[in-house]
Design a protein. Structure first.
Length: 167
């Protein structure tokens, strides 16, 4: 089992849109294995995107309840009929949680490590994870969409966090 180190806010790879996967080879299979090991290897993890382990590829893994898997080249679809505004956190912003509005229902379509089509759909926490991890592939972090006092609190907390990378 290979649990990869998580990149923290301040690392440029987290702010860069990822490249679509075009080679379905041993390197991709190793990346998928590492992503799955990294998300399931420690308790409390709901998802890990490739940029969080330093790889600019459109792949993420998820582990929400009994649902564990991954998606290559995901395309996100959300249904805003119902919303959720729960606390959200991120492995790349450790120890900080803030309320973030998300759609309560989401799906991603993509492919598996062999290029075969897959779809993952969910509500609640799984929907949140699918949205959160897809954001990572676009170079976005959950705190980017916070507003008002919550955003100010989050930015203050990030600046004072012991892990914050100072330039």
């Amino acid at each position: 089992m290979t649990i990869r180190e998580i990149r923290l806010l301040g690392d440029a790879v987290l702010r860069t849109e990822t490249d679509p996967v075009t080679s379905f080879d041993a390197e991709l299979r190793e990346l998928v294995t590492d992503l799955l090991d990294t998300v399931t290897g420690r308790p409390g993890r709901a998802g890990v995107a490739a940029p969080q382990i330093g790889v600019s590829a459109r792949v993420f893994s998820y582990a929400v309840g009994e649902q564990v898997g991954y998606v290559v080249n995901p395309v996100l679809t959300v249904d805003w009929t119902e919303e959720q505004d729960d606390e959200e956190g991120c492995l790349s912003i450790p120890g900080l949680y803030f309320p973030r509005r998300r759609a309560n229902s989401a799906s991603v379509t993509g492919v598996d490590q062999h290029g075969e089509p897959i779809t993952v759909s969910g509500t609640g926490m799984l929907a949140r994870a699918l949205q959160h991890e897809t954001d990572h592939l676009n170079g976005e972090l959950y705190i980017d969409k916070l507003t008002g006092d919550v955003r100010r609190q989050a930015l203050r907390a990030v600046r004072s966090a012991p892990w914050a990378q100072r330039g």
